[in-house]
Structure formats: structure tokens, C-alpha cells
Design a protein around this ligand. Structure first.
Ligand code: NAD
Length: 488
């Protein structure tokens, strides 16, 4: 585990020499002291990224960068078991989920390696103009220095979603991982060394939000801010970007609806509803945390859901068979329990769960709350834990109206045997991602991001690459006759 920051291709001690404890959420024990970067370290890292951007890195082809991205993917695949174990210790998620994340992380680097190569083919594309005296071609150029700030729920995967497209585009970057889960993102520094990434292209500064995140967001040498995290922090990032008219993309929270119609297969529904809210302990921005279930099947469905939720194996993510680990931190654990307590105090019926799972560790049992009022925080706010709020509906129109009645718009799911109905509902959802007959599957190829307060812009796919590219037109006057406006 790394004890230094990765700046300008070197492992350096933080300027103020400080560190912060990293805690295993299953045992509540401190297992590492991570380096705490501050403003000086951010300045150093942004300068390194600027120098690298102004140097030879910009002259690399997409093919050159693809080789580096594939090299990083090779390193991740080689070390996947170690990385997955680190992720479990740091974040708490069950080992099979961590392994899945690490494979996805490698897959994300490989996918952007492919896109980096296609960028070479798309460079200097002619654009037909209506005036033959002019020709025009389009260039895609790297955006410059990116400041990338990420959360703790998928520590290495969230780093990949930012770093891989930025490298593919030819940008340089300063990555600021979450202070709750700084371990695996720092490993990317070793891989950068190993594959020969030029110094300064990737810089990694761990630290607290106020000490390292704020100076990164405010730094005038940063051309683009890419942020994933909560709405309140996203709003501050946007304000910081506004001061200097920086390009900004925001991947924020959600309170996504799952609409379950009465013709759906109940067993499949139980599986996907559970996956949508208990996967990663419900600490998923796109978690389908509001369930709308049609009246006629509601009782039957809820009885089956309770049976399965009650027996979901809870425990240390390292233990075989565990499907629900601890929440990431003491703070998150108390936050989730406060939501549950508020529901209890307000008389909301609890189908199952509702309490802490074990004596030690930040465990919360899978919890299902029935028919909270529309304005209750457990229905309207992002809880970010294994807590599902359920309401019954009668008609399709009512379900759609309830699903869209949210200040968030990240994702939605719909399940029905009637595929026309699924398509119709999908088209009316005010959400950036809609799943039909499933919940949560995520692919590097498909655009990811939200409407309304869930964010601005899209990551992944070629949309993710374009976050780190500027589009330039180069227009040439090619006629043999003079322009003749002033000089007749
Ligand atoms: P957070 O906003 O508390 O922190 C995110 C990052 O911002 C951390 O690295 C933190 O150190 C940093 N930070 C905190 N304050 C800052 C400031 N003032 N200036 C600059 N940086 C600052 O979020 P979190 O608790 O780490 O993550 C959970 C949130 O992330 C949830 O709301 C979840 O929905 C969201 N999320 C969204 C997506 C998505 O793709 N839409 C994916 C994952 C998580």
C-alpha cells in the first residue's frame, strides 16, 4: 500500500507531511495511513500536468496512447486478486463484487485504448461547406489539464472512468480519490511507471475534500473539472468552475425508480429488485431505491422479497458466501440508520430489516419500507444504503408520474411482460439511463449520466472521451480569386 503521493512520475511525501487513517469498515480497525495532500501538493501536481501537456505528450498518436492504456489494463489483470482484496478491506464490498469491479476497471482501460486508436482515424475529418471557396476540417484536440475528483463507492472503477478517457484523449490530469478509499487508485501510479507513461501525465493526490479537493477545483491551471460525488459537493465544484469558466462534468446522486407491472415474472422481479438496491450495500448512485409495484401483485411480490431479503448473507466481504458487506464508514452507517429511524418515528411500516446488522462493523440489514408519504425523506432523498422504499400503483400513467416526481434523474427500471409497454415507459422516463427487465447492468460502451440534479454531461462510451477533447474547426480560403471585400 502506498504511503506517498504520485506527482510528476515520482512518489513524494505530502508537503505538510500529514496523513489520515484508513479504516476497514468490517472490523472498524485502522489498516493504513494514507498521505494527506494539501494546496502545495495540488499546485505541484497541476504544474507537473501542465508541463507534461505542453511537452511531447500532445504529439503522441492515439495508437501510442492505446499501447499505454492496454499496458495498464494488463497490469490490473495481472494484479486483480491483490487489488480486489485491497478494495474489500478499504470499502467493505464482498470479494466477488470487488473482483467484478477490478475486471471492469481493466475492461474500461481496454475500451478506451480502442477509442484512442479510432481517434487517429477521425482526426482532420473534412466538413462539407456550402461555399466552395472554403474548405474545412475538424480536429479533436485534448482539453488540457483535467482535475478529477471521485467518490468511494467504486474506488478503482471510478478512477478508471476518469483516467482512461483522459489518457485516450491525450489530456493530462490530477486525480483526487476519496479520503475514505484512497488505496487502489494510488496503485495506478505504479502501473503508470511500469508502462512508461511520461512523468506528469497522471498525478494522484490523496487527501481530504477541503484540503486537496477545494484547491484542485479552484486551481486556475486546471482546464476541466470532472467530478463524481454528492449533489452538495457537485454544486460547489460547479461554482468553482464558474469563477474561471472551466469545462465541467458532474456525475451526482440519484433516487431511481423501479416500476414493476403485474404481468412480470415474480422470481425475476425479486432478483432484479434486490440487485438494484442491495448490490454494493445500496451505495450505488443509480440504485433503484424507490420501488413502484402494481397493486395486483404487490402482496405476493413483497412476501417473496421479504423471504429473500431476510436471508441475504451479511458479513465481512472476505468471507465466502457473503452478499452484503458493511457500509463504507461510521458516518455513512449513522446516516443510513438516521433515515431508517425517521421512518420508524413517522410510523412508516417496515417489511424487513431496520437495524444494524452486527456488533462490530458498519453493517445495516437489508431494509424495506412500505408506503412512506411522498414528501418523506426516505422516499425523496438519496439514502445510499440497503434501504428500499415501496409504493403501490394502479395505472401506468400513475406509475410514470410518481417515478418522474423527483429532483433526481439518473436512472430508472421498468419490468413487464409487455415489451411495448416497457418501451413506452422507458421513453417517458426523465432519466439518463433506463433498464428494461433488469437493473444496474453497466457497460463501458454505453453513456452514463443523469438529468436534473443527477448531473451534467455523460461519462463512458465516446461521450466520455469527448469530455476530454476540444473540437476545433480549421477553415481554409482556397479560391484562386482574391476575397475582394476592401481591395476591389
Ligand atoms: P462527496 O461529494 O462527499 O465526495 C466526493 C469527492 O469530493 C471526494 O473525493 C471528496 O473528498 C471530494 N470533496 C468533498 N468536498 C469537496 C469540495 N468542497 N471541493 C472539492 N472536492 C470535495 O461524495 P461521496 O460521499 O464520496 O460519494 C457519494 C455520492 O457520490 C453519492 O451522492 C452518489 O450518488 C454519488 N455518485 C455518483 C455517481 C454517478 O455516476 N452519478 C457514481 C458514484 C457515486
Amino acid at each position: 500500500m502506498k504511503e506517498h503521493l504520485y506527482i510528476n512520475g515520482e512518489w513524494v511525501s505530502p508537503d505538510l507531511g500529514g496523513g489520515f487513517d484508513v479504516i476497514n469498515p468490517a472490523t472498524e480497525e485502522v489498516f493504513h495511513r494514507a498521505p494527506a495532500g494539501s494546496e502545495e501538493d495540488i499546485n505541484h501536481a497541476v504544474n507537473a500536468a501542465r508541463n507534461a501537456f505542453e511537452g511531447d505528450w500532445r504529439k503522441t498518436t492515439g495508437k501510442d496512447r492505446a499501447a499505454l492504456l492496454n499496458g495498464i489494463a494488463d497490469c490490473i489483470e495481472r494484479d486483480k486478486d491483490t487489488l480486489a482484496h485491497l478494495e474489500v478491506t478499504d470499502n467493505g464490498k464482498p470479494l466477488p463484487e470487488a473482483l467484478w469491479d477490478i475486471e471492469d476497471t481493466a475492461g474500461c482501460f481496454r475500451y478506451y485504448a480502442e477509442l484512442a486508436e479510432t481517434l487517429d482515424e477521425q482526426q482532420d475529418t473534412p466538413l462539407p461547406l456550402p461555399d466552395a471557396r472554403f474548405s474545412c476540417h475538424i480536429r479533436h484536440e485534448p482539453i488540457g489539464v483535467a482535475g478529477q475528483i471521485i467518490p468511494w463507492n467504486y474506488p478503482m472503477l471510478m478512477a478508471a472512468w476518469k483516467v482512461a478517457p483522459a489518457l485516450a484523449a491525450g489530456a493530462t490530469m490530477v486525480l483526487k480519490p476519496s479520503e475514505l478509499t484512497p488505496i487502489t487508485a494510488l496503485e495506478l501510479g505504479s502501473y503508470a511507471d511500469e508502462v512508461g507513461l511520461p512523468a506528469g501525465v497522471l498525478n494522484i493526490v490523496t487527501g481530504l475534500g477541503v484540503e486537496a479537493g477545494v484547491p484542485l477545483a479552484r486551481h486556475p491551471g486546471v482546464d476541466k473539472l470532472a467530478f463524481t460525488g454528492s449533489v452538495p459537493t457537485g454544486s460547489k465544484i460547479m461554482s468553482a468552475a464558474a469563477q474561471q469558466i472551466k469545462n465541467v462534468s458532474l456525475e451526482l446522486g440519484g433516487k431511481s425508480a423501479f416500476i414493476l407491472f403485474d404481468d412480470a415474472d415474480i422470481e425475476a422481479a425479486v432478483e432484479w429488485v434486490m440487485f438494484g438496491i442491495f448490490w454494493n450495500q445500496g451505495q450505488v448512485c443509480s440504485a433503484t431505491s424507490r420501488l413502484l409495484v402494481q397493486h395486483d401483485i404487490a402482496d405476493r411480490f413483497l412476501a417473496r422479497l421479504k423471504q429473500e431479503a431476510d436471508k441475504l448473507p451479511l458479513g465481512n466481504g472476505m468471507e465466502p458466501g457473503v452478499l452484503l458487506g458493511p457500509l463504507v464508514s461510521r458516518e455513512q452507517y449513522h446516516k443510513v440508520l438516521r433515515f431508517i429511524d425517521s421512518a420508524r418515528m413517522d410510523g412508516v411500516e417496515m417489511l424487513c430489516g431496520g437495524d444494524a446488522g452486527m456488533e462490530k462493523g458498519y453493517f445495516v440489514r437489508p431494509t424495506v419500507l412500505l408506503e412512506p408519504p411522498l414528501n418523506h425523506p426516505v422516499w425523496s432523498d438519496e439514502i445510499f444504503g440497503p434501504v428500499l422504499a415501496v409504493k403501490r400503483f394502479k395505472t401506468e400513467a400513475e406509475a410514470v408520474q410518481l417515478a418522474n416526481q423527483s429532483r433526481f434523474g439518473l436512472a430508472a427500471a421498468v419490468m413487464s411482460a409487455d415489451q411495448d409497454r416497457c418501451a413506452r415507459v422507458a421513453n417517458t422516463m426523465r432519466a439518463g439511463i433506463v433498464w428494461i427487465n433488469c437493473s444496474q447492468p453497466t457497460f463501458s460502451q454505453a453513456p452514463w449520466g443523469g438529468m436534473k440534479q443527477s448531473g451534467i454531461g455523460r461519462e463512458l462510451g465516446h461521450w466520455g472521451l469527448h469530455n476530454y477533447l476540444e473540437t476545433k474547426q480549421v477553415t481554409r480560403y482556397q479560391a484562386s480569386e482574391p476575397w475582394g471585400w476592401y481591395l476591389k
